[in-house]
Each structure stands twice: as C-alpha cells, then as structure tokens.
Design a protein around this ligand. Structure first.
Ligand SMILES: *Cc1c(COP(=O)(O)O)cnc(C)c1O
Length: 484
C-alpha cells in the first residue's frame, strides 16, 4: 500500500515512512492511495475474530512494509485484555470494546460502544497504544531515537505518555500549564515515574505551552539535531487504528451481515469519525455516520450548510466536554479530499481559501448534495444543559453514568434513530474523568475503576520550568545528552 497527500504530493511512501512524521511536505494529510474493499465472504469470516485478530486483519491491508509475522505479535501485545481493563466493575467483560445495549427506542436499539477502558479512561488510548508499539518497532529497526514534544491540557498528553512509557528509543516531553488541570488529570500524568516520561509544568496557560512547542518545532536545526517529533491527531496510524472498532461495533450490534448500523460519534478534530468514513468506504454496512459536536459546532455547521468556517481563539468556547473544544477540525481535509473525488487540486484550493479567508462554501455544489446519500453523514450539536439532560436521562432510564462527551453523542443520536437500524454511540471517555460535571448533573460522584482510586495521593514526578522557549530547549538537550 502506497500513501499519497491530500494536496497531490505522491512520493510513493509506505506506512513506516509516514509513521513518524506529521503533515506531508506539501502541507496536506496522508491517505492510502485507495481504500481496500472487504468482500462479503471476508466480512463473514471477520465476525467472530477477537479484537486483536480483527485489528491485525485490517492493518494488514494498510501496512505492506512490516512483515505479517512481525505485525501480528505487535498488534496482539497492544490489544491485550490486561491493557484495557478499566471497564466499569458492573460490566466487566474480557473484551477490548464492549457493547452495552441501553434499550429499545423507536423500534431500534440504542447502544454504547465502550472505547474508554484503556489506561487513561478515554478513547485516545485505542490509537495511542498502537502508536507506542509501532514507534518502538520502527525506531529500533532504523537505529533511531525520537523525542516527542507536546503540550496538553489533559486527554491527548496523558494518552501519549501511557502509550510511550518504558518504550525503547522514545522520550516524551509534555508541557502542561501549571495548576490549570483537574487534580485527577494532573495525578494521572504526574504519577508516572518512568524515566523516559518528562512532565514539565510551566507558568502560564495552555496556549503558552502550545506556543513553546511551536517555537521549538520551527527551529529546524534544533528539531533535527534533537530528533523532535509529535503525536498529534493527524497522524495516519491513529486514524487507521480507529477503523477497527467500527467493525467490532458492527458485529456486536448485529446478527447478520445483511443488517445495517448507524454510528454517532462525539467529534472534535474529526479523527474518530474519519475512521468511520473509511470503514464505510471499505464496505462495512454503515447506514449513517452522525457527527455530534458541542457548542464548538464547526462541523455541525458544515454538514448542515456546506460552509466550513474555522473559529478564532476568542470564538472557541470552553465547554463541559472540553476534549471537543476545537476551532478547526484538523482531520477534516481527509474527508474533503474524498468528497472532491480525490481531486488534490480542488482540495488544495479549498484549504488555501481557509488559510486566507477562514472559510469555504460548497453549498449548492453536486459534491455537497451527495454528502448524505453517498457518504451517510448527518450531524447535530449540543449545549451544556442538553448534555446534562442526556446524562440524567441515561442514568434514570438505563442506570448508566455516561461522561459529558458521550452525552453529546447520545443527545444527537436521539434525533437520528430509525426503525430497524441499531444506533451505536461511541463512548469516548469514562465519567470518572469528569467528576464535577457528573455531580452537577446527578448530584453524585461517578465511581472510579480500581486502577485510578486514590491516584491523587501517589508521588508525582514533574519538572517546574519557566515559560521560556530557551529553558525548554536546554532541558531537552540536557536530558537527552544524559541518556545518549
Ligand atoms: C479527542 C476526544 C474527542 C474528539 O475526537 P476527534 O477524533 O478529535 O473528533 C471526543 N471525546 C473525547 C473524550 C476525546 O478525548
């Protein structure tokens, strides 16, 4: 399988070549040159595979430069039940992504696909864990090292740290705004004692941390010399990893491959639902892909009107589903490329318009007219009160405590229930991570899985540094010299 850029660059690269990088040299995003099609027979043969077996059979179609006998053990080690053990005690199942049927509504079933049983209790573990295994493998093979530099206000950074901890050849330098994260999130990250994980607390807010990362990455000489890399949401392997659970969810929600299923996906950067789009293009019988946003409704606006309008920092709301607080959807270009018939020139022009004017408008085009019928996309958004209401209803009707992001999904899913077509809402985090919002909705604290009970009192390993690009550069330099 070869990889191409959404803006036309085609250097005949393979999976391992694009694994460690970010954008393609022309500023586009990488995609496989075609989506492998799954035949009816093959789909039937996949139905009873374990998660790891299913993941291997899907990855094999996208990865032609890792031998199957090397890829298989790497995948089964990644998706082992003991890594994804955080399912709530009441529904403990030896499954990586258990499906919980909530009940029947409008002559169809409404279910949650649990994606948050990994070490950080959020769905980002599903992909990040694979990245950890793949990075270690490729770096070792090439005799290279990598220093991952990032800034986080919570979810992504901790998923990256738990995926990379103890991995050979990889260090993580994660900047966090000092004192600005919840005690739970802080403890989740800072309690890691692994030598290759460096939590750095800087004086300032998240944007200051982000600015430092950008400044270091823009110093190309420093970046090359210190092997600096990132693990952001545009990484192709992260999208690929997420394709698997659409298959798993489909099989769990149906009895035969003649049935169709709709998925509702709490969305921010469009990485998760992009994987659903790819699963559908591969031939998985998906009826609808429902994009659910919070008040940051860039995507809902696009799917309803054909206008894609990115927001300024001032226009980005801080909401109670914070991992979906985005000003633009960084993976969206992948879908636009497909929607434009994989015309790289058209795609390039659209995103050039976004850079210049902050938006594009494809309403009234034949492409936009196809979005629902041909690609299955619909959308909706939710407000704080609607999210709380969804948490209350699911608790009252089904005795489940869902997190605020999943609640955005449930709220929007109700609008798209269709008789005879099971609706699967992707559960993207556990309620335990968002105690304050759950208390506001239900007046009780959500239960925690055993692994995170009392983490706030564990010893913490964190380096306090000033809000300064030079201080961070010097720190990375000193630490990587020591380890060389
Ligand atoms: C990242 C995240 C999302 C949004 O996923 P995208 O791939 O960015 O669309 C939703 N919910 C939670 C809990 C997340 O951490």
């Amino acid at each position: 399988m070869k990889y191409i850029s959404t803006r036309g660059h085609a250097a005949n690269e393979q999976f391992c070549d694009i694994l460690l990088g970010g954008l393609a040299p022309d500023g586009g995003l990488y995609l496989p040159e075609h989506y492998p099609k799954i035949s009816k027979e093959e789909l039937a043969s996949m139905r009873h595979l374990s998660y790891a077996e299913l993941a291997f059979s899907i990855f094999s179609k996208f990865v032609s430069d890792i031998a199957p006998e090397e890829l298989a053990p790497l995948v089964s080690k990644t998706y082992a039940p003991q890594v994804f053990i955080n399912a709530r005690p009441s529904q403990w199942i030896e499954d990586i992504t258990p499906l919980t049927v909530l009940g029947q509504e409008k002559n169809t079933s409404l279910s949650l696909l649990g994606l948050s049983n990994g070490p950080t209790l959020a769905f980002k573990d599903m992909a990040m864990q694979l990245l950890g295994s793949l990075f270690e493998y490729v770096l070792h093979k090439r005799g290279q090292t990598l220093n991952i530099l990032g800034a986080t206000s919570g979810d992504t950074g901790s998923a990256a740290e738990y995926a990379m901890r103890g991995k050979q050849g990889v260090n993580v330098f994660m900047l966090t705004p000092k004192g600005k994260m919840s005690p739970f999130q802080t403890a989740q990250m800072y309690s890691l004692q692994d030598e290759n994980i460096f939590n750095i607390a800087i004086e300032g807010v998240f944007d200051d941390a982000q600015d430092i990362v950008k400044a270091v990455s823009n110093d190309h000489a420093y970046k090359a010399e210190h092997h600096i890399g990132t693990v952001n949401s545009i990484n192709w392997a992260r999208v690929m990893a997420q394709v698997v659970y659409y298959f798993k969810g489909y099989f769990a929600a149906t009895k035969s491959n003649d049935e169709k299923v709709s998925f509702t996906v709490p969305s921010g950067n469009f990485g998760n639902v992009c994987a659903g789009h790819i699963a559908r293009q591969m031939g998985l019988p998906i009826e609808k892909l429902v994009v659910a946003t919070n008040e940051n409704n860039v995507l809902d606006e696009f799917f309803k009107t054909g206008v894609y309008r990115v927001r300024s920092a001032n226009d980005t709301h801080h909401t109670s589903s914070p991992s979906m607080d985005i000003s633009k959807a960084s993976n969206f270009e992948r879908f636009m490329f497909d929607l434009m018939g994989r015309d790289a020139e058209k795609t390039r022009q659209l995103f050039k318009q976004v850079e210049q004017t902050g938006q594009f408008d494809i309403s009234g085009t034949p492409e936009f007219a196809k979005i629902r019928a041909r690609y299955g996309f619909v959308s909706g958004s939710s407000t704080h009160n609607q999210r709380l209401q969804a948490i209350r209803e699911v608790y009252k009707d089904y005795k489940q405590i869902i997190d605020p992001h999943t609640a955005d999904g449930v709220f929007v899913a109700y609008q798209y229930l269709e008789a005879g077509i099971p609706m699967v809402v992707l559960e993207t985090a556990q309620a335990a991570k968002f105690e304050a919002t759950i208390e506001e909705a239900l007046g009780i604290k959500p239960p925690r899985p055993d692994s995170s009970k009392g983490i706030e009192s564990l010893p913490q390993r964190v380096f306090d540094l000033p809000n300064s690009v030079d201080a961070i550069k010097q720190f990375i330099h000193a630490q990587t010299q020591n380890h060389a």
